[in-house]
Ligand binder design. Structure first.
Ligand SMILES: [Zn+2]
Length: 136
């Protein structure tokens, strides 16, 4: 899927990726709680992602598809490299993270890889979380 997600969609996808990694499934209730929104809003995004092929329904719950996982890992890699860059320059961790959320869907992949090399190919973000490798 080459289509870019919006800033908000990317925030939802990263939250779903986290929930999926922790629980092995995704429900509107979990997403609503994590995103601090009402359940119908979370459900709307779930439906949107099913349509885009990022999620699939398994009985009454949802799971990320292979495409969804790849897409989430790609955004997460960008997020963590960008926040590492801001943090390196002395920006606070909260600000670095928030700013990375705002630009992660608009910065080109190759630019992020240039930044990663410039930073010495970091393996962890300033939160101490692993930076996913590039998927082939
Ligand atoms: Zn962050």
């Amino acid at each position: 899927m080459r289509e870019r997600l919006t800033e908000t969609e990317a925030r939802y996808l990263l939250t779903m990726y986290k929930v999926y990694a922790e629980c092995g499934c995704i429900t509107p209730k979990q997403i609503a709680e994590r995103m601090n929104v009402k359940r119908p809003t979370a459900y709307e995004y779930i439906m949107k992602f099913v349509e885009k092929g990022l999620l699939c329904k398994i009985s009454k719950k949802y799971a990320l598809t292979e495409i969804g996982i790849k897409k989430a890992r790609k955004i997460l890699r960008k997020h963590r490299i960008l926040e590492s860059m801001f943090y390196e320059t002395g920006v606070s961790l909260d600000k670095a993270c928030e700013c990375a959320h705002r630009i992660q869907t608009s910065v080109d992949d190759d630019i992020v890889e240039h930044i990663a090399r410039y930073l010495g190919s970091p393996k962890k973000c300033p939160h101490g979380e692993p930076i996913p490798e590039v998927d082939r």
